[in-house]
Design a protein around this ligand. Structure first.
Ligand SMILES: O=C(O)CCC(=O)C(=O)O
Ligand SMILES: [Fe+2]
Length: 236
């Protein structure tokens, strides 16, 4: 059983939370199958070359709900998830469209980043990540987080894949729920021997614009996805 109040408190203290066996294994198997069917063997990247290079990010997104697929509503409508989200974000929070992220075997993962600009503490997204497969040493693609950094400002300028003292390695399993505050420094390690899939039911507090995650903050740049542009070069 999960304790909503303790979980919400832990989330706000560290900026992230990981709960194993949150979702039913059968539902996860069903999702995984439908995701792999969608992506096929050799999907194309949806981002432009400059972004892929500078961000060191190797992810292909899919928005199943925007394609009219209702299967993915089941996890989103889980009452425990809804209660936990409300305990963290307060009344009036809203869902953003769910995004599935696919990474090929041997690809880069994701460099350290914050999902949205951290200057205004009240404006952020919450990642609610659902894993439909085990992420471990064999697959690679473990999630790194820097506890407490959601309380500070912009991520420091520096090496996009630096190892930090105090970083925590998350190895989610099939059915694990991971919550990550959009201002928390986080990263995905390179993928090893298999493809990697994660499903993100992003949401945000009341009074947050829907395009809150349009600008992502990396150690070397701020990048706007809507215009596919580097809007700030942070290396100079
Ligand atoms: O795929 C993951 O595990 C995390 C990806 C990420 O950085 C995000 O969803 O904001
Ligand atoms: Fe992220």
């Amino acid at each position: 059983m999960i304790n909503i109040d303790n979980n919400a408190q832990e989330f706000w203290q560290h900026g992230y939370l990981s709960i194993d066996n949150f979702f039913d294994a059968q539902l996860m198997d069903k999702y995984q199958q439908s995701i792999l069917t969608h992506f096929g063997d050799d999907p194309d990247f949806a981002h432009n070359e400059e972004f892929l290079q500078k961000s060191n990010t190797d992810v292909i997104p899919w928005f199943p709900q925007l394609d009219g697929l209702q299967d993915f509503d089941i996890a989103e409508q889980d009452q425990r998830l809804i209660n936990l989200t409300k305990a963290i974000l307060g009344p009036g929070w809203k869902s953003l469209s769910s995004m599935i992220m696919f990474s090929k075997k041997g690809s880069n993962g994701q460099a350290w980043h914050q999902d949205c600009p951290p200057e205004d503490k009240s404006q952020f997204n919450l990642n609610r990540l659902v894993y439909t497969m085990d992420i471990d040493h064999n697959t690679g693609g473990q999630v790194l987080v820097m506890p407490g950094t959601h309380k500070g400002g912009a991520i420091s300028v520096g090496d996009t894949n630096e190892d930090f003292t105090g970083q925590v390695v998350l190895t989610p399993k099939k059915g694990t729920l991971v919550l990550i505050h959009g201002h928390l420094w986080h990263r995905v390690l390179p993928i090893n021997n298999l493809h990697r899939v994660s499903t993100n039911y992003r949401c945000c507090p009341a009074n947050t614009p829907d395009n809150i995650t349009d600008t992502c903050v990396y150690r070397n740049m701020r990048y706007a996805f809507s215009s596919n542009q580097v809007i700030e070069d942070r290396t100079v």
